[in-house]
Ligand binder design. Sequence first.
Ligand code: PMP
Length: 375
Amino acid sequence: MTPTPTTGLEALPLRPELRGRTPYGAPQLQVTHRLNTNENPHPLPAELLASLGEALGHAALELNRYPDRDAVALRSDLAAYLSRGGEHVEPAQVWAANGSNEVLQQVLQAFGGAGRTALGFTPSYSMHPIISAGTGTAWADGHRRADFTIDPAAAVAQVRELRPDVVFVTSPNNPTGTAVALQTITELYDATSYGHGRAGVLVVDEAYAEFARTGTPSALTLLPGRPRLLVSRTMSKAFGMAGLRLGYLAADPAVVDALQLVRLPYHLSSLTQAAARAALAHTDALLATVDAVKEQRDRIVAALPALGLTSVPSDANFVLFGRFADASAAWRALLEHDVLVRDVGIPGWLRVTAGTPAETDAFLTALGEVAPDHR
Ligand code: PMP
């Protein structure tokens, strides 16, 4: 039983910048079709389940000991995975933590903080400003065009004017699905060099990189020669392991050294490290679901015009769709049809995660009933 609070939040000596804020909160509701948190709905392959059991059993034998603080073996496996695309990533360039949220928090602890500023191009991942607030970093909203793409000239001008210590670019962007051109990323990177020894770091949040359409390159290709470029990834989406909590980052080895100054000792448990390594040994089987998910994404996009709706071009495992007269009302109507999507607070638009073919069927059927009253 939850004890009755003896005081209110407002009566506590909370840091002023946290007052009035609400926690990150995608609703976790008991709904048949949960298409609101961009998870991969496919169950883990049987072959992985067997090796997971074995790896965890093995790790359990040593649970009386602290884990490898530097997660050397795991970082080496992650480097090998990132090098599959042709780029060469060394283990010393890789850092891992409990979800990319923790990686991003460590980035802000090391490069943001009191008296410093982070800039992101909104609408984007809502945790970037929340983690900034949590680390005492001031937040600045960057602009996007009406079609949710980033205008490189305007973005560069904003960076030059604000001189942020940390710049976030989410590509593919959540919640719009928009990929950012490498040219824009290089221009933004160059803009974060402010002269007189001052510079910012540029974080490219690539949580959804594996779902990109053919020909959309990763910012990993830009790492050589750019010591202040950080590319973050996660096993929560394409790998279908959101419950594992494993995110990682590739950057110059000096960045990894910087993150080690702020990480808690033994932050990645032995069980997490063992499970992530077992999963990475089955990369091909895990990523086999990516094409199936992309197919459902493209199916959703293709079906929308017949319902009088449209979408934003997506390189991710979700689709921002609209336009609705009142997106919150449309969200509630879909929920009444047992389909949970995400109201991301952009007037006229909702976001749906691409899942299994059956989930797409359920979503499109529900939307067919809801759309006429809500367009
Ligand atoms: N970045 C983006 C853009 C995301 O959408 C998410 C998850 N919603 C994350 C990072 C964090 O993912 P995780 O902590 O599960 O790795």
